[in-house]
Each structure stands twice: as C-alpha cells, then as structure tokens.
Design a protein around this ligand. Structure first.
Ligand code: MN
Length: 477
C-alpha cells in the first residue's frame, strides 16, 4: 500500500484480528469501508498488510497506536481480541478518548458481558450464545431428518393397506396431514384410506376437500379396523380419544402437534411436537426431506391446513409454519385458496412474517423484530399487523433494511403508550419518524448507525441500536 492509498481518517477501527476479526475485516474491505486494524501479533500484521489491509502492530493494553491515528471520523470500534483483559482496557481507553463512538466488543462469558456493558460498550458479543443458537437450529433440522427416515422405514418395511385415522369431526389440518401421509405412502406403492368419524364441519371446508378431490371415508363404511395392515393416527395421539379407533388397538404411526402425556403414547413411529402450529407443517417437512413429489393438490391442502390451524398465522404460529408455507405457496392453487378465504398472502410476505416470528424479541408486552433485508415495503406493516395480534403483545415494532435505509413499522393497542411520540423520540434525530397513537413508522439511513448491514455481525449492530433507542424511548432499560 503506497502512502497516497493509506487511509488517513478511518471510519472503523478493528482491534484484534483473529478468526472472527478477520471475517469482519474481509467484509469491510469488500465494501470498501475505511478500516484500520490493530493487532498484537507482528507476524499477523505483516500478513494483513500483504493482503491489502491497513494494519498496525500495537499493544492492546495501552493502544498507543490510537494516539497516532486521526480518529476524528471514526464512528465504530470493533474489539475482538481473545483476552478479556485486553478487551476491557481497550473499552476504557476508547471510552476516554472517543466517548461518542460505538464500541462493539467480544466477551468470554455472561458475567464479563454485563461488566463490559457497564463500562460503556454498546454491543457485547458473547460467542457461546451464538454457537448455542446455531446448535439448537441444527438440532431441530436433524430431528426432521431423523424422523423422516424412521417414517420412511416404517412405511417401506410393511405392506398391505394403511388406515389413516383423523380425529372425529376433522378440521382441515387433520385432513391435509392425513392426505400428505397418504401421498407419501402411495409414492412407496402403499395403498391407504383416510378415515374419519363424525362430520366435516363448515360447508366451505367440505367444498374445499371436494374440489381438491380428496377421498375421505366414513369409519362406518370401511368395514372395521381389521381391514388395515397398518394404522396411522393424525392430528390426534391416543386411540379412542376423540377418534373412532378402539382404545386397545396398536397404532403404528402417530403424528400430532397437540399437548399430550407422552407416557400414554404407544406406537412404532410417533412424532408429537409442540414447536409447530399444525400437523400439515410436520408432514410438509417430511415430504421435503424425503423428496416425495408434491403436486398442486397436496400443496394447496397443506397450505389450507396450516392457515386454518394457525388462524391465518396468528395463533400458535412458529417459524417452521412460515417456512413450510413459503415452500408450498408457489406450488399451490392460489385461485382455489382465494375462493376459500382472504386475504391471500404472497411468498414475500410469508417469508417476512417467518423472519419476524423467528427473530422476535419480547420485552414485557413489547415485541420487536428484525426481518433483515427486505424487498417489499408493504410487508413490514403487514408483519406488524400480524404480530400485534399475538397473545400478550400490545406494541409491535418490525424493522428491516430496504436498499440503504432501515424501515421501521410499529403498531400499538396499549392506550397508555403514544406510539407516534415514542417513535419520534427514538428515531427522530437519526431519521424521519412519525405516526399517531396506534400506528407509526420511521426511516433511517444506514450510515446514521455508523455501521453497515450486509454482514450478520453488523446487522446485529443495527438491530441493537434500533431496539435500544425504542426501549429507552418507552422507558424500559
Ligand atoms: Mn392440527
């Protein structure tokens, strides 16, 4: 790097350029951000220079390098050395010399995280937490893979007809889940009947399943359970409880999402989960995992099942319900769904709602969610409209990045909160903000955060800024 190319007034200073630091540096360099790096390892400093970074050797404990640099335009310090002591002294030094800047720092544990916050760090990253979150997500994926394979074996290793039983007076989710299992069975050359007792409620539900041409058999007409080699129970878990099965029958397959005493459950294969809003979601995931072909009819049925069981994504809804729905939507018969219910939701909105649910943070009755990068302005208010209907939520704030602005959309039903005022107080000085008691919004240019949004860490930065300002404005924290 020649003298002329050197950054004279960096916007970012990165202290400690190990594994995580390097990833941040790489992202900032790619975006041509004005970055200067300080590291305590002379060898690493040489390597960084060879790679085109402006790096200096420095002892983090005293950070004399900082005194030689012109940091009048530095908005953000990122401190990622592996030593808590070094990070601590870096915070103190930066706080003293550059009190207005943003400090992002890594902490080894929760205690230190709290301490760093007290010392004035704006954002404290606690890697164990990030790893734990990833591990949990991966575990959920593994669970789906494991269960899909078990079910595949269960269907593959037997033959003869399968009786797929749904609960009495079945709802669309039960029927669609059963239809999904029947489709899976048929793809493995197994024959299956969907069997119900009672009545299929709501004329429009009956019409829907008739239109799709799904064959449903009344229990009284099938000639008893003896007729079936295998018995499955869908959207219900205990034989004889709200279904036509005899109490003492051996059930082979159970798939359900209701709360149930697992001691009472007995089957070769069972998958009973509360972390989904519908049985259709579970079966959709199997079908995706096992690569069973899914046609318009099945996708439409599943989508209808998910939507009715979650009351149009308002009740007991989970991220997996949205990811399933957004997978199904392009395949489904939109025209038919539109006839049954309105308003229809496009995949973009479904994706955003999924993100909003996944990323939600709840502070008492306040819910705040970052939907990340979004192409669609209208989806944010829609997401806020949905989130405000969740149980226990009286104020919902959704934000996302659209081009180079953060868009905030908020809804409120708490008469003690003047939302417009809260939003203006929170964001008025860094962007445009407005609204009234129940509805408000803001737009903030991303450069006003002194950070960028494209990498996960930096999006995290912005998220914390948005949340902190809002909570402060309404008097929490
Ligand atoms: Mn259900």
């Amino acid at each position: 790097m020649s003298e002329e190319e050197k950054i004279k007034k960096p916007n970012y200073v990165l202290i400690g350029c190990g594994g995580a630091g390097k990833l941040v540096a790489k992202q900032l360099l790619e975006e041509e951000r004005k970055l200067v790096i300080i590291d305590m390892d002379p060898g690493r400093v040489d390597t960084l220079r060879d790679e085109g970074y402006q790096a200096y050797y420095g002892q983090v404990e005293d950070l004399e390098e900082l005194d030689d640099l012109d940091l009048s335009e530095t908005k953000t310090f990122i401190v990622l050395t592996p030593k808590a002591d070094s990070n601590r002294s870096a915070i103190k030094k930066i706080k003293e010399k550059h009190p207005k800047s943003t400090i992002i720092v890594k902490a080894p544990d929760l205690m230190t995280k709290r301490e760093f916050k007290r010392l004035g760090a704006d954002i404290v990253i606690y890697p164990s937490q990030l790893i734990a979150n990833t591990a949990i997500r991966e575990m959920q994926n593994l669970q789906v893979i494991k269960k899909s394979r078990e079910l595949y074996k269960e269907l593959k290793n037997e033959d003869g007809r399968i009786g797929i039983f749904v609960h009495s007076n079945p709802d669309p989710d039960a029927i669609s889940g059963a239809f999904g299992l029947k489709s899976m069975a048929e793809s493995m050359d197994r024959e299956a009947d969907i069997v119900y007792s009672g009545e299929i409620g709501h004329q429009e539900n009956r019409a829907f399943f008739n239109l799709l041409g799904i064959d449903l058999k009344k229990f009284e007409t099938v000639g008893g359970v003896e007729r079936y080699e295998q018995i499955a129970l869908i959207d219900s878990a205990i034989p004889g409880q709200n279904n036509a099965l005899p109490k003492d029958i051996e059930v082979d397959i159970i798939i359900d999402h209701h709360e149930v005493d697992l001691d009472q459950v007995n089957a070769d294969f069972f998958d009973i989960r509360n972390d989904v809003g519908s049985t259709s979601t579970i079966v959709t995931k199997y079908i995706q995992e096992l690569d069973v072909s899914i046609d318009e009819k099945l996708a439409t049925a599943f989508l209808f099942g998910i939507r009715t069981d979650t009351l149009e994504f308002k009740r007991n809804v989970h991220t997996s319900d949205f990811t399933a729905a957004s997978y199904l939507y392009p395949i489904a018969d939109k025209e038919l769904l539109r006839k049954i219910e309105s308003p229809a939701m496009d995949p973009e909105t479904l994706d955003i709602l999924g993100e909003a649910i996944k990323n939600r943070k709840v502070f008492g009755s306040y819910l705040i969610s970052n939907v990340g990068e979004s192409g669609d302005k209208d989806a944010l208010p829609q997401a806020a409209d949905y989130l405000i209907q969740l149980e226990g939520v009286t104020t919902a704030l959704v934000f996302g990045k659209i081009e180079n602005k953060i868009h905030v959309s908020a809804r409120n039903t708490d008469i003690r909160v003047n939302l417009g005022e809260a939003i203006r107080n929170a964001y008025g000085e860094i962007g445009s903000a407005g609204g009234h008691e129940r509805m408000a919004g803001a737009q903030i240019p991303i450069e006003n955060f002194g950070a960028i949004s494209d990498s996960e860490v930096l999006m995290d930065l912005m998220e914390r800024g948005i949340i902190k300002r809002f909570l402060f404005s309404v008097g929490i924290e």
